[in-house]
Write a protein that binds this ligand. Structure first.
Ligand code: NAX
Length: 326
């Protein structure tokens, strides 16, 4: 493995960026032996704030941090990137329909996708975080021409939230909970599949026998956690989102332990009846270089219905941006 990695990050001066950059530069994403080159991409009007973040990076004196480039030019920003973390996006404002949001962000992710295709390394991996992240990733893939294996959208924060909820309910450590996979869209239709999760090797449903909680409060807490954080903190999840980005990349570049899987959205190959091409949250396994969708998960009728609801939502999002996918 190369001992340096160039990471392009959009929205670098935003609140997730502020929590993320320091973790990458300290070695938590790629390990203690990999030097980091950061390409920080922001809107022109945020360059002043970005400069302040860069000053703080300097002030950390991170031994692994080779270089920091700041730019609002996407062609420069994605130049030679090994990884592109697409965090920046336009948030939904009052009165904005979901279709408007899809289209505004669609324009951004088309431009960025083209710049990645033209300037990043051919094997650049792309992780989309900015919402609506699944459909933004679909648009980005189309514009970039990158193969399926290099496109990802994030559901790790939802997995981490679900894992903690199960662990707290069972009174065990979070490391006892495995295979807490999020299916489908990173939206309130996501399906946190507790049926196939395990706690200390035992099906979660045998450890937590409170079905009403599992199908009620648990699902609701995970699906609506983002709104609950905004209500409590007055701002959306940032440190936990940055942590989930670190976890996602870590798990993509590390062989997955036998019998386990993790949550990330990838282009569907038709697995589990999901239309090919939709960027869908699946159980994923990695050999450290190549990822694949884990097959063989059995869904009850109730679970299959939940998978269908989130699939239908993603298909509708794809149809809403069809003009960008020509
Ligand atoms: P902020 O509004 O704090 O920061 C966004 C930054 O992106 C701003 O500095 C802005 O100038 C920049 N930006 C906007 N358009 C850009 C463009 N075209 N090129 C470069 N930079 C651009 O948002 P933050 O809290 O950091 O959240 C960023 C995104 O993550 C949002 O879309 C948010 O919805 C999404 N999230 C996704 C999550 C997931 O699990 N997939 C969870 C957390 C988060 O809500």
């Amino acid at each position: 493995m190369s001992n340096s990695v160039r990471v392009a990050i959009t929205g670098a001066a935003g609140q997730i960026g502020y929590a993320l950059l320091f973790r990458i530069a300290s070695g938590q994403m790629f390990g203690p032996d990999t030097k980091i080159d950061l390409n920080l991409i922001e809107l022109e009007q945020a360059m002043g704030a970005l400069n302040g973040v860069k000053m703080e990076l300097d002030d950390c004196a991170f031994p692994l941090l080779n270089s920091v480039t700041m730019t609002s030019d996407v062609n420069e920003g994605f130049g030679d990137a090994d990884w592109s973390l697409l965090v920046g996006a336009v948030p939904r404002k009052q009165g904005m329909e979901r279709a408007d949001l899809l289209n505004i962000n669609g324009g951004i992710f088309t431009t960025q996708g083209k710049a990645i295709g033209a300037n990043a390394k051919p094997n650049c991996n792309v992780l989309v975080v900015g919402n609506p992240c699944n459909t933004n990733a679909l648009i980005c893939q189309h514009a970039s021409g990158l193969p399926n294996e290099q496109i990802f959208a994030m559901t790790m924060l939802d997995q981490n939230r679900a894992t903690t909820q199960l662990a707290q309910k069972a009174g065990v450590s979070v490391s006892s909970v495995k295979n807490m996979v999020i299916w489908g869209n990173h939206s309130p239709t996501m399906f946190p599949d507790f049926f196939n999760a395990s706690i200390d090797g035992v099906p979660a449903t045998e450890v937590i026998t409170d079905d009403e909680w599992l199908t009620g409060d648990f699902m609701k807490t995970v699906q609506q956690r983002g709104s609950a954080i905004i209500k409590a903190r007055g701002a959306s999840s940032a440190a936990s989102a940055a942590n989930a980005i670190v976890d996602t990349v870590n798990q993509l570049v590390t062989p997955t332990p036998e019998g386990e899987a993790f949550s990330v959205c990838v282009p569907s190959d038709g697995s589990y009846g999901v239309p090919e091409g939709l960027i869908f949250g699946y159980p994923i396994i990695s050999d450290g270089l190549i990822t694949q969708i884990r097959q063989g998960t059995v869904h009850s009728d109730a679970a299959a219905e939940k998978v269908k609801i989130t699939t239908d939502e993603l298909a509708a999002e794809r149809d809403a941006v069809a003009a960008l996918l020509q």
